[in-house]
Design a protein around this ligand. Structure first.
Ligand code: AMP
Ligand code: GLY
Length: 425
């Protein structure tokens, strides 16, 4: 099979390496890809959001399967366009990708179908949003841009002044552009966060092994929100009892709700959950594999990924036995100095071999360039250094040992990935 992977980050690198484990996958293209991905796939310079360009590329390479990994092209209808041109594509159509691209849609769906989530109100008028925040008078309060905002459209306001400023920035100031013209004002919840990615063909849903992201830039969950600074799988807080509860109260009801709304979801449905004292609550849905969750979930997958992907596309996921190993996996993200603020690019990376790898770990490249000679930084998140072990500690030790062998000026990583595991007795 010839597969076209759309995207160019660590998640896509992990997907490509997993797909290539199957002998049935003989050629993988990636657009736009990155330096590290170019060691595993033929990269083509088509932007991930360029639907016409991507359809033309799929035709040129005669793709047997197109895998649309990022949120923007899914929301813009790239899967619909591929299908209209006769290609088999993995990912939801635009009418189902809305579960991620509109928070007001997903919140209203959860309310209507009784899926547990934080209490909320939706506003398109800044004065009304501000009045509501003042009259509610409880802090922290959570303010979310309705649309896609690179994971940055969520403000947790500690007091009235910060909350009103967030509303002002989003609704009057144009922060996040159109995505912030509508906002969701939400109850603040506390508890451990869990990411659960799942495969679904719209009939069957198969949760993958659970994981935990670390969104803040600095140790101790301090600093700004990022795309994710590291992950571990499985998530130590996600017990089998909680998993059963989530299946009954959240996963199955979500699939049914999307069908009832005539928006059947096919692809990877991501549940961002918070385990509150009152039970699990949905914090967000994503219509795709998470990044960097994918980097720790896929190494533990034992069933060939291509078999599952084809079963999802063909609507026969119920026939497949999806197996995960009992091991643990950890991913430590090495980021450019300054990220998630501004940072330099083009800095030489040392310690990697010619394939962009290092002994004792797998290195998923998120933002690198390769000139045939050396790898250089090309993004905020640069590398996801990933290792497996019989225990989480073993996996973390291997990942951090590998991190120490890789260098670039200004490199920043968190030293406490996976350390929250003893918080809950
Ligand atoms: P989201 O993009 O919706 O996942 O939000 C980003 C992060 O903000 C989440 O991972 C949570 O840490 C935090 N967050 C979002 N909604 C809430 C909430 N209702 N209560 C507390 N924290 C939240
Ligand atoms: N790691 C969270 C996300 O992919 O949105």
């Amino acid at each position: 099979m010839t597969v076209l992977m759309v995207g160019g980050g660590g998640r896509e690198h992990a997907l490509i390496r997993k797909l290539k484990e199957s002998p049935r996958v003989d050629k993988v293209y990636c657009a736009p890809g990155n330096g590290g991905i170019s060691r595993d796939a033929e990269c083509r310079n088509v932007a991930a959001c360029d639907i016409d360009g991507m359809v033309a590329l799929a035709k040129e390479i005669r793709a047997d399967l197109v895998f649309v990994a990022p949120d923007d092209p899914l929301a813009a209808g790239m899967v619909d366009a591929m299908e209209a041109n006769g290609f088999r594509a993995f990912g939801p159509r635009a009418n189902a990708a809305v579960i991620e691209s509109s928070k007001s849609f997903s919140k209203d769906m959860m309310k209507r179908f009784g899926i547990p989530t934080a209490a909320y109100e939706v506003f398109t008028d800044a004065d009304q949003a501000s009045d509501y925040i003042r009259s509610r008078g409880e802090y922290p309060v959570v303010i979310k841009a309705d649309g896609l905002a690179l994971g940055k459209g969520v403000i947790i306001a500690e007091n009235e002044a910060d909350a009103l400023r967030a509303v002002d920035d989003m609704m009057r100031g144009g922060a996040f552009g159109e995505s912030g013209k509508k906002v969701v004002v939400e109850e603040y919840l506390t508890g451990p966060e869990v990411s659960v990615l799942s495969f679904t063909d719209g009939k069957t849903i198969v949760p993958m092994i659970s994981s935990m992201d670390h969104k803040r830039a600095l140790d101790g969950d301090r600093g700004l929100n990022t795309g994710g600074m590291g992950t571990v799988a499985p998530n130590p807080f996600y017990t089998p009892e909680i998993a059963d509860q989530c299946m009954e109260q959240i996963f199955l009801p979500t699939v049914r709700a999307m069908n009832e709304l005539e928006r059947p979801f096919k692809g990877c449905l991501y549940f961002g959950l918070m385990l509150t004292e009152k039970g699990p609550r949905v914090i967000e849905y994503n219509a795709r594999f998470g990044d960097p969750e994918t980097q720790v979930v896929l190494p533990l997958l034992e069933t060939p990924l291509i078999d599952i992907v084809e079963a999802v596309v063909d609507g026969r996921l119920g026939e497949i036995d999806v197996k995960f190993s009992a091991d643990c996996c950890a991913c430590v993200v090495m980021a450019s100095g300054g990220y998630p603020g501004s940072y330099a690019k083009g800095i030489e990376i040392t310690g990697l071999d010619a394939d962009g790898q290092v002994d004792g770990a797998t290195v998923y490249h998120a933002g690198t360039a390769y000139n045939g000679d050396c790898f250089r930084t090309a993004g905020g998140r640069v590398l996801g250094v990933t290792a497996k072990g019989k225990t989480l500690d073993e996996a973390l030790d291997s990942a951090y040992a590998a991190v120490k062998r890789i260098h670039f000026d200004g490199a920043h990583y968190r030293t406490d990935i996976g350390r929250k595991k003893f918080m809950r007795s």
